[in-house]
Design a protein. Sequence first.
Lengths: 176, 404, 314
Amino acid sequence: MQDSSRRGFMGKAFGAVAAVGALGSLVAMKSSWDPLPSVKEAGFTTLDMSIYEEGVMVTEKWRGKPIFVLKKSASTMEKEKGNAAAEARNIKVGDSNFMVAIGLCTHLGCIPAFRADSNDFKCACHGGEFTASGLVQKVPPPRGFDIPPFKIEGNKLVLGEVGPEFKKMKDTGITL
Amino acid sequence: MAHFTKATSVKDWLNQRLAVDKVEKVMASEYWIPKNINFLWAMGMVLLITFSLLLCSGIFLLMYYVPTVEGAFYSVNYTIMREVGFGWLWRHIHGVAASVVFLIMYIHMFTGIYYGSYKKGREMIWLSGMLLFIAFSTEAFSGYMLPWGQMSYWAGMVITNLFAGGSLHADGLVEWIRGDYVPAQAFLGRFFMLHVVLVPVAILGLIGLHFAALRIPHVNNQDGEEIDFEAESKKYLAGDKAGSKVMRFANDFLSKDMMVVGIYLLFFFYLVFYNYGFAMDPVNFDPADGLKTPAHIYPEWYFLWSYEILRPFPIDTGLVLFGLAQGIFVALPFLDRSPNAVPASRRGLFKIWFWAMLCNMILLTSMGKLPPEGIFSQIGLVSAILFVVLWVLLPIITTFEKKL
Amino acid sequence: MKNKEPLILAIVVIFTLVTYYLVEPYAHHVMHKHVESQDFKYTDLPAITKIGNATNGKELVANAGCTGCHSISKEGIAAPMDAVASAGAYGVNPPDLSEMGAILDANFLASLIKNPAHALKVEHKFDAAKGQMHPMISFYGMGGDIDQEIADMVSYLQSIAVSPSEVTPAMAFENACGRCHAVGYEKWTQIGTKPAFKHEKDSLAFDIKVLEYQDSLKVYMGKLPPDLSMYIRSRSQEYIETFVENPQNHLAGTAMPRVGVTADSMDKIIEYMLDSGDTKRHERESVGMKVMIYLLVFAIFAFLWKKQVWKDLH
């Protein structure tokens, strides 16, 4: 009697040891699917902000994603005056104001196209629209364009590094 | 220890070691099939043949396919399509079969739903079948990534983004799945592995399970009749072939299977040679470009209905309903509360439910491809809501169904 | 018992066809704008009214300065600069004129000589009023009747070119499309077919020349025109034809000019693109026929076998 319960216990104990091994191998498998260090390291881009022209949307690249850079004209700034949501998204480098954002629709990640005549963005996939500041103008996108982590260094913008201006935006929930 | 005697023939030699006679009886000549079934019961064999075509053509494609972001498009469109002898044929067979296999699966599924073939001991057949459907969906999606054209890239982008879970914003999970911030080499490599090793192995195992699940409850029939297989098979073996309600799988039913297969292959190869466009989207003949979204992004036709359930809603609601739509068919045997395992034509409200569901899914499928504008958005929204409503109604109407 | 199988088959077929119709022809009809072809008649351009004289035309071409930019290799007139330098100067290499008389429509050619930006439909890019000049200078006449002069020049270009029936697919493509579009699968680059080099150094030197050419082209066109290797499959034949006939119809504001090919030349261009992107189409058709015949036999034998086996079952 005692013998058979002991055998039952050993069976369970063996099962537990085997389960530990299986779990351990899962850790290895999980990390094999992680992005490689070289992929992560390639994640910084420096932009010279003095070269952009007002009202001309330029697409840069950061971590394989398109980055929209739009230098705002005085008239756009005037129009946005009082619109706190739009103003909070401004990135001021030197005397100029920029919209810098990840150029992917926050719905499902397509690249919206800039429409110069109406000064806004339209996504071809599901019809979402964004303003020149990157705010949602028409659903389905759940929120405005995400802003990439950035740090202002003189006339330059380093994407991928977190500066105080970005930290503030993140803390106040302007971007994720 | 088993006792072996000197073999009198090759067959005897094999019989002593592998019991081939016994196996042949179990698998073919004494595997009893009801006689009152129609050609829809041959869809299993049609699927098996289609899967064999996929496996065979896939093996030849694998020899020249290069799973790198630089080389994939060229290896498919130049090496395989222009250089490899009959490479174009393997590719067209593979592409068309990947699409047609879903058409046959849907016919197979709706046959099961119509005749109640997921009830009274046949639940495991349904469940293993649904697992096969999920495995084939994974196989189709991972395979679609491999030519690394525009649709591969952007479908990969959109579908992996679903794992961010909307407001949960689980970007880490998405990046983990991709192995990069965007679909790139790591992404292509792992989907290549899934497509040629892991998922096919799973499919082979599941096909075994699906067949095994069929053994004990036997095949259903078109009249919902409960057949005493033991008695009927005795009658058959005693010589009353015409009077028995059952027949052998081989060669009796197999000959009918092959007749259906013959007609199916005519249809299939007509598509391969003369009408392959529906299975090989033109957009995917443009090489992948991460900085240029195609004007219209849509999945292959067999995913459209569930895509359309995602599309008309705000992201979180859409994702929840999309997740529900993926899983809900699995639960069919438990949501159908009626004790009647008979054709839908004899089940009152369920008959209406069946045709409404079928038509609604076709409507969802077509709206899923059309641009989400104007009237199409509204029809899509109504169909998506109807889909949910139909599933909510199912347990209610079947609970009140009269026992036949 | 009544045989229900024909009814079931009809239901399966009808539902399948309805789904197919909605997902394929109908959805594509909604998604893609339909543009009617004008059969490459270029009716918006005036027709040539004068009868041209090739001998006069030859003199006019020599004196009007055409050969300051264009080569006419058939007549032994070489280009003043190589392709890369020409692209550097003009944005794109000006074409050799040897076969243009056969490839381009005569009325188009006449309008092109008179007002390139108008004939090419790129006036949105080259607006003379804003000082944006097209690199090809308009012909203002040599003192005589300008329409007669242009008719003579067109007639000269037609006289040196091969007859329209002798235009080959490669000739049509290379002259009409090949200075902007590469076709990698046919080894075609914007500066010509890439030869098989013995030394890697020479091969790389050729590639550098192509890249330099492409840099100029990028500036000229706004972006690098795409490689057309697989275009016959990524765009339909109908789309390519109506697009070439008038690019603005499909893509308003595109930098791609109307090239003014004749309907015959368009067929040749399509053939070239089919050779690149659908190389095995003839094999597909012949094998397809054989396989279909075999499968018919297969189905008949399967049917006869079934009939024999089932004789005892009823």
